[in-house]
Design a protein around this ligand. Sequence first.
Ligand code: UD1
Ligand code: MG
Length: 457
Amino acid sequence: MSNRYAIILAAGQGTRMKSKLYKVLHPVCGKPMVQHVIDQVNQLQIEDIVTVIGHGAEKVQEQLGDSCKYALQEQQLGTAHAVMQAESVLSAKSGTTLVICGDTPLIKAETMKELIALHEQSQAKATILTAYADNPAGYGRVLRGEGGLVEKIVEHKDASEEERYVKEINTGTYCFDNQALFSALQKVSNENVQGEYYLPDVIEILKEEGEVVTAFQSSEFEETLGVNDRVALSQAEQILRKRINEKHMRNGVTIIDPLTTFIEADVQIGQDTVINPGSFIKGKSIIGQDCLIGPNTEISNCEIGDGTEVLQSVVHESSIGSFVKIGPFAHVRPQSDIKDSVKIGNFVEIKKTVFGKGSKASHLSYIGDAEVGENVNIGCGSITVNYDGKNKYLTKIEDNVFIGCNSNLVAPVTVGEGAYVAAGSTITQDVPQQALSVARARQVNKEDYVKNLKFNK
Ligand code: UD1
Ligand code: MG
């Protein structure tokens, strides 16, 4: 096996996206396109990955971090010019170089491996990944000559009417002999409709020099989709969504309606979990086994244990234990830590709160900036009054506390272990352990008051 390198082209603005966001940073199933490409390339044994950046360089670098090296393309003069920017890092090396566009987020590592294998077996100087497109408009066309051998690639805008009938397209992914690539790049001109230095022209140059150029036909056009505008972006989203849902189903997750289930690329889900329609599971969420999620639920960046139910609810950036019941219609906001066997019922909002094992807030409560112990019962309509208009304060509710309905706990305040708070109380001072605290006006009954009202006489 020769040394392997990869160049990812990500310097373009993406004019056709008509967006403030640089094209390769547009997410597909929650992850920027270029990150999808890097994640796949990272599954291969590659010595150096060089990402060519230009438009939005800082943002792209921020996204990819130190997962690759970078080459800056100050002016975007075309894909050949982009590859040329990796010269200082790679040109002295020998081996195989994989070149991929940062706007083809669906290409799988498996296909890249097959492409590299074919390239190395056939000892070619260049191997193009091609595909058949029902509608090839916009793509470079692969022109084959005698015996079906690849001759050159012609860009859509430069193609004759006859050439535009060709349905075999250049996917923008190639393998090159590294030395041959950098020497052929010197000869690419920009005499074409767009006035750009086209990378695909390297094919014709190598061919004319008598070098072996081959093509590897991908069996699936969908995988090679290039995203140049928002229509293609939505197509990529759909294709990847289907792929992600199928992966989970094959791993033993039941998805009742894949068409209305949106699971982002990096989500993990355990066996025998059931996902009901209208569910969005995002970011780096990890969901355990035997859970019931949805319908109409949004979960992002959460870790959820086994056997937990999240029904018709929104849960963000939190840790949720096992055998927890959330919803229907609950909202768990970031930095919450919900332990095992907790119940967060309907119309309950939780924020930045540790909720101890076996505790319950079953109806209509707001619990924010709080530490709730184990086996606590928070009655309907209870509220932690955590904000004075300027600062936020902590409410501590120790183990085995019972908070009566419609209580206000004005923070900072502690309700001691085992204490009771009477319904309707507004607690402004700490409640000692095992105490009953009643903090409300006493009831006064005025006998016959109504009967004696003037207008009742
Ligand atoms: C390119 C190919 C086309 C192929 C298609 C597959 C060329 C000339 N054409 O066309 O044959 O069918 O991809 O999707 O290569 N980029 C830079 N610097 C530049 C120009 C582009 O880094 O100066 C990057 C872009 O950020 C993008 C990638 O290269 O990620 C491809 O550029 P794009 O403009 O999308 O090329 P296509 O028109 O799609
Ligand atoms: Mg493109």
